[in-house]
Design a protein around this ligand. Structure first.
Ligand SMILES: [Zn+2]
Length: 156
């Protein structure tokens, strides 16, 4: 059983509901999840601090390793399926597989990484995760041992 000092749901009360799918779609297009017009990235994967159009604060995002995880999952499914199809249909030499799939893996991963990162930032924004929640207090969403919860409650 998990014990949180202050659940994320507690801090989201009275905030307007944000639709998750449109926000993720805007992020997937590398656009601001709030307005959909401003650019999300300064460079390849560097997220802008704020949106140039609507001034939404974007630096709260914590995508971390999740974009790489989802990119690998998606690319591996596609490339593995194509690999098996080509092997069954044509039985090419192994060097042909290497020439086909290694560049394709590299290009697909590099191309998909900013899109999955943008979609995940859209997901975080729409769900008021981390600093996107104006009621968020740094450290309140950290899981605490039960004794620490009791100590915190006793002191307040
Ligand atoms: Zn914006």
């Amino acid at each position: 059983m998990q014990h949180f000092a202050n659940t994320p749901e507690d801090t989201k009360k009275n905030l307007p509901k944000r639709d998750v799918f449109p926000a993720m779609l805007k992020g997937f297009k590398c656009k601001c999840p709030n307005c959909g017009d401003g650019k999300l990235f300064n460079s390849y994967l560097k997220v802008r601090d704020t949106c140039d159009i609507c001034s939404e604060e974007l630096f709260h995002q914590r995508a971390d390793d999740a974009p790489a995880y989802f990119t690998i999952a998606i690319v591996s499914k596609i490339v593995t399926s194509l690999y098996i199809w080509v092997e069954i249909a044509y039985q090419p030499d192994y060097w042909i597989h290497a020439v086909l799939w290694l560049p394709m893996i590299l290009i697909m991963c590099l191309g998909l990484l900013p899109l999955t990162k943008g979609a995940l930032i859209g997901l975080q924004w729409a769900n008021y995760m981390h600093g996107f929640n104006p009621n968020h207090v740094e450290g309140d969403d950290i899981e605490l041992p039960h004794e620490d919860i009791l100590a915190k409650q006793a002191s307040s």
